[in-house]
Structures are given as C-alpha cells and as structure tokens.
Design a binder for this molecule. Structure first.
Ligand SMILES: Nc1ncnc2c1ncn2[C@@H]1O[C@H](COP(=O)(O)OP(=O)(O)OP(=O)(O)O)[C@@H](O)[C@H]1O
Ligand SMILES: [Mg+2]
Length: 719
C-alpha cells in the first residue's frame, strides 16, 4: 500500500491507518479510507481475473490475499495471460514475478484497492460560483434530459386543444357534424390523460434531481467551511456565517425551480410562436410587442432594485449576527442582566431590516404596477383586434382561429414575462451567491489532507527568531522570540495577560502560519509538516473547551476511530476525571447536553484534558487549562502532571506560578518578547519580572496561609 502511494508521490503513514475493532487484518475498505485521508483517490473493489487483464500500463493495484498479506500488481501480459506481482516485503529493486490465473486463484478472492493521485484541482477546491453550480446541475444529465423531453412533449400537447377548439368552432358548428365532435372529444380525453401523467412524472423527476443537487451542495459547503482557517471564524460572528451559508438554499431553489421552469417555458414558446404567426400575423405581432414592452419595464428596474436589495441583505446579515451573538452568549447576557440592551439592539436591527425591506417592496411594486395595464391590454387587445378582423373576414373561419389564438397567446406571454422576472431573480440569486462565496471562497487552510512531511515526532521544539503580527493589528504579538526545549521536557510559559503566551501555542498548532523566523519540531520546519499530522500529534486543552452532545465516553474518544472504552478510562484516570465520572449515575455513559450544563467547570476541564490525552499525543499543550479548577482538583491534575508528562513534551501556560515550579524550564513573556528561559530557582535569582510575579502570588498565598488554620470549606468542597 505504501509502495503504491509512493508511486503517486504521496507518503502514507502506517500509523494513520485505522483498523476498526474486530478486524484482524486490514480490509480493503479501511485501507482505501486510509489512502483517501492522505489525499489519494482510492476505492476498495472486488475484481475478477478478466478485470485484471485491463490493468496494463496503469498505476499499481494492491491485491489483498486471503492469508492477510498483500501484493502489488505492477503490470499484465495479456498474450501469455499472466500478471506481474511484486511482494511488498521484498527489495525495491526485486523484479515482479509473473503469476497466472490458477496460481492467483489459490490465494486471492478478488479483494483489491485502487489508488490514484487526486486530479489537479479537486472539485471541492474550485471556487464557489454560478458556473460551478451550473456544472453541478449538469452532472444530472440523464434526469435533465428526461425533464426536457417530457416538457417538450407537454408543450406540443398544449397546442392541440386550441386547434381542436378551432376545428370544433369552424367545422362542427358550421356543418353540424356530430361525428366529428365525438372524435374530437375522444382525442381530447386521451390528450388530457397523457398530459396528466406526463406532468406527474416531470414534477417527480424535478423533486428528485433537486434533492440530489441539494445533498451534494450541502456536503460541498460543509467540506469547505470546515477547512477554513480558524482566523476566519475568529473574525466573523457565527450568526453571520450561518446566515450567509443558509443563502445557498435560495440559489438551489432558483436553479431547480425558477430557472428550470422558465427554461422549459421558453422552450414551449419556441414551439408556439411559429403557430401564432401562422394563425394570424397581426395578432402575433401585437402579443410579441406587448411581451417585449413588459420585459423592458422589468429590465429598466433591475439596477435600482439590485442596489436596494444589497442593503436588505446587509441589514439581514447584521441582524442575524446580533441574534447569533445573543444566543451564543446567553449565559453572559443573563448573568449581567443585559436582556434590555440586547433587546434594544435587536429592535434596532429588526427595524433597520424592516426599513430596507419596505424600500425594496416599494421599488419592486413599480414594475409590477406598470406591467399590469400592458398585460391586460395584450389580452383585451387580442380579443378586440381579433373580433374586428373576424368581422371583416368574409368566410367566417376567423372565429375559430381567434379562439385558438386567445388560448395560445396566454402561453406566450407567460414565458416572456417569466423570463424578464427571471432576470430580476437572477440579481437576487447573484447576491446570494456572493454571500455564500464571501464565506467559502477564502483561502482554505493549507491543504490538511495531502502534502507535507509526516515525521514521527519525538517532541523537541524550537522557536528561532520568530516574529508574528496578527492581521489587522500593528504591534507584533511575538517579537523576535527564540528558545528551544528538548524532547520529553516540560515548558512553562508565564507572563501578563496579552503578552503572547497563547500566540506561542497557536503557532505551534499551525493556526497562524504567516510568521517570520522558524518554528521547528525535531528540527523540521513546522510549515513543511502535514497540518493534519501535526495537529493529530498534539493534545491541546484550552481554558474554555467545547464538549459535544453525547456520552462522556463519546466526548473523551471524540469519534476518533480505533479507541475503546479502556482508552477512555485510562485517559480519564490520568486527567483526574475518573473519580467524578464513576460517581455519576451512568458512569461513562452519562449523557452530556449541548453546552454541558450538567457538569461543573472543573469537571468539564478534566474531561477536556482526558480528551486530549486519549490519543497519547507526543506534545501536550495546556493553555490555562487548570485555571478553572478548584484547588482540590487542580492539585489532583498537578499531581498527575508528572505522570501525564512522562514520555511527552508539555507546554503549559499558566497564571499560577505555583503549578509551574515542577517545569524543566519556564519562559517569562513580556509584550511579545521572551525575557528569560530557565528553571524556577534560576529565574527567581536572575529574572526581576519573574521574581515580582512570584512574590505577588506567594504574598497572596502567605496571607492565605495565615488563615490556614480555618480553611474555607467552600473552597475545598470540590464538585
Ligand atoms: N485573533 C487575534 N487577532 C488579533 N490580535 C490578537 C488575536 N489574538 C491575540 N491577539 C493579540 O495578540 C496579543 C497576544 O495575545 P495572546 O492571546 O497571545 O496573549 P496571552 O499572553 O495568551 O494573554 P492571556 O494571558 O490573557 O491569555 C494581544 O495583544 C492580543 O490583543
Ligand atoms: Mg492566552
């Protein structure tokens, strides 16, 4: 498998292959998932001998044998009917051995994995635009063709009734021929039945195609959204993002609704127009002129409408952002009794959005008002002019065709007006596409799946003259930072708020990558390392951690495959979470609601630590992770720190110096600079800033110590 990957220039990491529990040897399916996660195109397939014969001059195919081993198919010789197999355990230079059908059948039941390098830009990486959407829709060729065919037939069918009416009026009435009437009625009935069935099928296909496109769109959108860099989410309110994304619904509805039906109507028009002109040229011109006039009126209003609509969208977006903010921050809102303020903010936003909606409604009322008389005139005009023409017609045959014309002209004006309206809608959808694009068409995080090195970390970290400034700020958050720590040691980071401690941990995780200087892990430049590999090798615990809805066990394992309850228990024990989990009524199966209201802050924190530890990461980052803990559980975690730290590198950011004294080295940060890096006792002697921090905190502790005789019970209550 790795050999096959190498053929395509991608180095697969055997450690990343996740074999589901209960599988002794990796199945074709899990192998291909592994390759897909690493950025290859891959499929697990079942093949027969005759299929193999087609694999000449193609990339290698992995054949899985029944005994659990595998071979690489490097080529076939159709004439001699042999395939060339390579033993992956053999030397690279070893030639492939020819194998014939009978010999292969002994060891191979047909399981194989196909691999291919991803083509140029994957579909998922193309920018989101109308063209992209159109291509997505076009993928449903078969269904679209059926719809087109059905619609064409339908539009042809619509021509029949007017002609039958014409015949009835002209022939039946004129000649009193009852038999013709019966015949015509029968044809009509058959036609109606046919039209009903066809209409039913067409609508069904439209629904199915719409749903399929919907599903694809949703997958695509989420896929891109989740690959946006953290930066984006930090700068944009969640409500705004969600509102923008939800606009995709409008685009989809336009594509499979209005656009489709208008296109179909236009087709009907193409079929009908010649008939109209054939029936009566004068009347036909009247209809076409009126329809064009309607179109022009609507077109004239497009531009001003667009401008106002943009304001509507802007107002709606800020409104949604306000709603999102209130919902996400509801705890703070309630705690500070900010409800009136939030409500007045909301009122303001609603009023603003309403104002622009009314403006838009007022403006769009005009074209509709102007169109009405033209539409009516077209209708009445056809009758009046037609009757006049019929009066002056000697034969009297004109009456029938007038009926036919009136029935048909309705079908002509509708698509023409519809087409003009379509342009109006297109403007609106254009805005929606812009909105969705504003979220999705941002540079994605460096491709997390493919590319980059996947070294095995031992955990030495070094910063070499790193300077970093957040986008939109002037002062650097990190200013020529240099330090290095050997693998397997503990680094503490202290400093005032805003001194750049968290920034250091962010650079380490590859969240911000546009810094100067070098961040290296085991001597490898961090920017060269595959991002997903990097983050999977890290365990990170932040001050405020998000727990997902699900059981405690699910939250610790967090969906990472191949982990069992035992792993979860081990991690929980290490994190000091075991005692409270076991006291819970359902233990590891206790259900955590969204926002985890049934857990205390400290319990949440210990779960987060367990979640970070469960994969046994080489490097563990704790960013003020123990600050939310009560003294008792903090002491528990701190006591475990040494155990937690064994065999991995730890970076601990903390305001409480007392929890860092065990660290091998402590970095003192001040305004983005590293003042000093040394163990606790050395810093106490030579670093004034550290000494000051220490004395501040110990003074506080001493004063607490004085009252130690009567410890405050509330503090030690724990959870
Ligand atoms: N996402 C961001 N965008 C812009 N500026 C930021 C961002 N995050 C942090 N900063 C700025 O960078 C500087 C360093 O922030 P950092 O979060 O590293 O501080 P810190 O030492 O972790 O502080 P604290 O102890 O309060 O967590 C601060 O001045 C802050 O204003
Ligand atoms: Mg911080």
């Amino acid at each position: 498998m790795i050999l096959a990957g190498r053929y395509h220039g991608i180095e697969l990491d055997a450690d990343e292959c996740r074999i589901p529990v209960g599988e002794s040897v990796p199945s074709a399916a899990s192998l291909s998932t592994w390759a897909q996660n690493s950025g290859l195109w891959s499929r697990a397939v079942r093949l027969r001998w005759r299929h193999l014969m087609h694999f000449n001059n193609t990339s290698p195919v992995v054949l899985l044998f029944t005994d659990g081993t595998a071979g690489l198919l490097t080529g076939v010789n159709v004439e001699h009917s042999v395939i060339f197999l390579k033993d992956p355990r053999g030397q690279a230079a070893e030639p492939a051995v020819p194998v014939d059908e009978a010999r292969l059948a002994e060891a191979w039941a047909g399981e194989a994995v196909l691999l291919r390098a991803e083509r140029g830009v994957a579909e998922a990486d193309e920018p989101f635009s109308l063209g992209w959407l159109a291509r997505l829709v076009m993928k449903e060729k078969g269904a679209l063709r059926d719809i087109l065919l059905g619609s064409l037939t339908l539009s042809l069918l619509t021509i029949f009734p007017p002609f039958l009416v014409m015949t009835v009026v002209d022939k039946v009435l004129a000649h009193h021929s009852l038999s013709t009437l019966i015949l015509i009625s029968t044809i009509m009935l058959i036609g109606i039945a046919y039209e009903t069935i066809l209409g039913f099928v067409r609508r069904l296909i439209v629904v199915i195609v719409g749903t399929r496109i919907d599903a694809k769109l949703n997958l695509h959108v989420f896929n891109r959204l989740i690959r946006l860099p953290l930066d984006y989410f930090e700068r944009h309110p969640a409500g705004e993002t969600m509102y923008n994304i939800s606009q995709i619904q409008q685009v989809r509805e336009f594509l499979t609704g209005k656009l489709l039906s208008t296109t179909l109507d236009m087709m009907t028009l193409c079929v009908l127009l010649p008939f109209l002109f054939w029936l009566n040229v004068t009347l036909a011109w009247l209809v076409v002129t009126c329809a064009c006039l309607i179109g022009l009126i609507i077109l004239a209003y497009l531009r001003p409408l667009r401008a106002v609509f943009k304001r509507v969208v802007d107002a709606e977006t800020t409104k949604q952002a306000a709603l999102g903010e209130t919902v996400f921050g509801i705890k703070t809102v309630k705690a500070l009794a900010l409800e009136p303020e939030r409500r007045s903010l909301w009122d303001e936003r609603v009023a603003d959005a309403g104002k622009w909606r009314i403006a838009f409604g007022r403006l769009s009322n005009w074209p509709q008002t102007l169109v009405t008389p033209v539409e009516r005139f077209m209708w009445i005009g056809v009758i009046m002019l037609g009757v006049y023409l019929a009066l002056s017609d000697k034969n009297g045959y004109m009456v029938g065709s007038l009926f036919a014309f009136m029935m048909l002209s309705q079908r002509v004006s509708m698509p023409l007006v519809g087409f003009a309206r379509l342009l109006e809608d297109y403007e609106r959808v254009g805005t929606s596409i812009g909105q969705v694009g504003s979220v999705l068409n941002r540079p994605l995080e460096v491709d997390a799946a493919s590319g980059g090195l996947r070294p095995r970390f031992s955990g030495a970290i070094s910063f070499d003259d790193v300077t970093f400034t957040y986008g939109g700020t002037k002062t650097p958050a990190l200013d020529h930072v240099s330090f290095s720590i050997p693998a397997g040691t503990m680094l503490g980071i202290v400093g005032r708020s805003g001194s750049g401690k968290s920034t250091i941990t962010r650079l380490l995780q590859g969240i911000n990558r546009d810094y100067t200087g070098y961040v290296k892990i085991d001597g490898t430049d961090l920017r060269e390392i595959n991002l997903r590999h990097l983050r999977e090798s890290f365990g990170v615990v932040l001050q405020d951690n998000f727990l997902f809805r699900g059981s405690i066990r699910d939250n610790i394992v967090a969906g990472r495959p191949g982990l069992t309850l035992d792993d979860a228990v081990r991690a929980a024990r290490l994190a000091g979470a075991e005692e409270f989990i076991e006291r819970m009524p359902n233990g590891y199966r206790t259900y955590i609601e969204e926002g985890s209201p049934n857990l205390s802050g400290g319990q949440k924190q210990r779960l987060a630590i367990a979640r970070a530890l469960v994969t046994d990461p080489r490097i563990l980052i704790l960013d003020e992770a123990t600050n939310a803990l009560d003294p008792e559980s903090e002491a528990l975690v701190n006591a475990n720190l040494v155990r937690i730290a064994s065999g991995r590198t730890m970076v601990i950011v903390s305001h409480r110096l007392s929890s860092l004294t065990e660290c091998d080295q402590i970095a003192v940060m001040e305004k983005g600079r590293v003042m000093d890096v040394a163990p606790h006792h050395v810093l106490l002697e030579r670093c004034a800033a550290y000494r000051q921090l220490w004395s501040q905190q110990t003074r506080h502790m001493e004063s607490q110590g004085l009252r130690h005789a009567a410890p405050a019970p509330a503090l030690i209550q724990g959870d």
